[in-house]
Every structure is written in structure tokens, then in C-alpha cells.
Write a protein that binds this ligand. Structure first.
Ligand code: PAF
Length: 277
């Protein structure tokens, strides 16, 4: 497994890769969710490149950039075991040299949900992912369904900018009690961790109501809210039932819907989602 820190070396190594290249962009502190993407990339491609880069431009000044969990050695040994070919681990100076001044934005899709709570977040994500795509030039790239809006935004960017790659979205990987795996779960206190499966429970409630014929979004959201409010440590940032492609809020679910939410436990903000229909 090669570990590469500069853009020039990464581009040179890419030229030597023969056959299809699968790429998994990450911010490190890897868990089973990331590894499922790496495995899928391995199944579908000749070579696998993983980037580890905690991208400062997707964090607002009030967010947890300096505290974001990091453990490079652990990440590298996990990736080595998965048979990763190249790990790209650039520095901030390498990615955003002095005078850096170019941004990539997807407009409408980034406004609701995560975008309404974190208005500058997606501009950072699309910019870094675009740069990484230009550096790694993957044939296929792998994102998790847990960040449903991010996956949609990346797909839209790839389509609108005629990028020559396929964006593959893989299922959310969960802990045995249903909590979606996330690098941020380590911030939870033992008490908060006990309450955190309420996100999954509320999604299962939505699924159950839907499977029994409920199509009124307000009714489903109402019952989910009541359930979440029973968990004293949980504070709702948003819960939404939206169109799976445009992310516009739905009153009535016709065929399908994205049920998504952000719930805060103290300062830790957890997200989760489920597609109905
Ligand atoms: O999902 C993430 O970890 C990040 O948003 C990504 C895609 C690696 C960009 O920094």
C-alpha cells in the first residue's frame, strides 16, 4: 500500500494504474461504514484509492474541526488489511495553497436540510471532492447513504459538470442497536450513546406507518417527533420528509420519500435517513 502526500506524486501514481480505479474519499477515523465502501470499490475495480483529509472548508467556524477525531496509524492498518492500493493523505497547504480562490457550488440541492443548518458546508464538500476527483481521476467513486444529501449533491455535480465517473451510493452500516456508524459517535457520553438509537427507532416508526398505508407526511413527522422527544437528551435540529431527488418537502407521499433528520445530543449532531417506498 502506497501512502502519498503530494498532488504531483498522486497524479504520477495514477498514471501508472492500469484498469479501472475505485475511489473512496474520507476524513479518516475510519469505521465499518468506510470499510464497506472500500470493499465495494475493491469488488468493482482493479485498483482502490482512498483519501484521508479532514477538509477545513466544510466546517463552519463554530464546528468541531480542531476536535475532529484522527488516528492515522489505525486508519492505515485498517486500509492495508482491506488491500487498498493507494492512500492519499495531503496537507492543508497542499490542497489550499496561499491564494486559493476557487469554489464549486451546487445551488438548489444544497439549500434545505443539512444546508439550512450548515449553510457553508456543501460548498466545502463539493470543492474538495471536485479537487480530489481531478487529482485521482477515478472511474467509480463510493459514498455512503448515511449522508444522503451529500450523495445526491455529488451525483448532481458529477452530472452537471460532465464528469467522467460513476457515483456509487452504498447502504448505511449500523451498530447492532441501529445507530448509524459515524466518526462523530465517539463524542457521545455513555448516557447520550444509550439514547442515540432513537434516530433509528423513529425511522423504523416512519417505515411502519408507511407500510400500514399512512401517506400524510405531517402525521408521520408528528409521531416521529413525539417518539424523539421522549428521549430527554435528544434535541431535534430538523426532521424532514422530502422528495428523493429534489429534496423539496412533501405533504403527501406519492411513491417514495426521503425521511431524514439531524438530532443533537449535547454538542454532537447525529444524522440519519431512510427511503420510504
Ligand atoms: O463524507 C465525508 O467524509 C466528507 O464530506 C468527504 C466526502 C470526504 C469530503 O470531505
Amino acid at each position: 500500500m502506497k501512502i502519498i502526500e503530494t498532488i504531483a506524486e498522486m497524479k504520477a501514481a495514477r498514471l501508472k494504474l492500469k484498469g479501472s480505479v475505485g475511489f473512496v474519499p474520507t476524513m479518516g477515523y475510519l469505521h465499518e461504514g468506510h470499510l464497506s465502501l472500500v470493499r465495494k470499490a475493491g469488488e468493482e475495480n482493479k485498483s482502490v484509492v482512498v483519501s484521508i483529509y479532514v477538509n477545513p472548508t466544510q466546517f463552519a467556524p463554530t464546528e468541531d474541526l480542531s476536535k475532529y477525531p484522527r488516528d492515522l496509524n489505525r486508519d492505515l492498518s485498517m486500509l492495508e488489511k482491506e488491500g487498498t492500493d493507494i492512500v492519499f493523505f495531503p496537507s492543508d497547504k497542499e490542497i489550499y495553497p496561499q491564494g486559493y480562490d476557487t469554489w464549486v457550488t451546487v445551488d438548489k440541492l444544497t439549500k434545505p436540510l443539512e444546508g439550512s443548518s450548515r449553510p457553508t458546508h456543501f460548498r466545502g464538500v463539493t470543492t474538495i471532492v471536485n479537487k480530489l476527483f481531478n487529482i485521482v481521476r477515478p472511474d467509480n467513486t463510493y459514498f455512503g447513504q448515511k449522508d444522503a444529501q451529500q450523495a445526491l449533491v455529488i451525483k448532481k455535480m458529477a452530472k452537471d459538470l460532465d464528469m467522467n465517473l460513476k457515483v456509487v451510493v452504498c447502504p448505511t452500516v449500523r451498530e447492532p442497536d441501529g445507530l448509524a456508524m459515524s466518526s462523530r459517535n465517539v463524542y457521545l457520553t455513555p448516557e447520550q450513546r444509550k439514547g442515540a438509537p432513537v434516530l433509528y427507532k423513529s425511522l423504523m416508526l416512519a417505515k411502519d406507518l408507511f407500510s400500514h398505508g399512512e401517506r400524510n407526511a405531517a402525521v408521520i413527522l408528528g409521531q416521529m417527533t413525539t417518539l424523539i422527544k421522549k428521549e430527554p437528551l435528544a434535541n431535534i435540529d430538523y426532521i424532514s420528509i422530502a422528495d428523493t431527488e429534489t429534496l423539496e418537502e412533501l405533504r403527501t407521499i406519492e411513491k417514495s420519500a426521503l425521511v431524514s433528520m439531524a438530532i443533537k445530543f449535547g454538542k454532537t449532531r447525529l444524522i440519519d435517513n431512510l427511503i420510504l417506498g
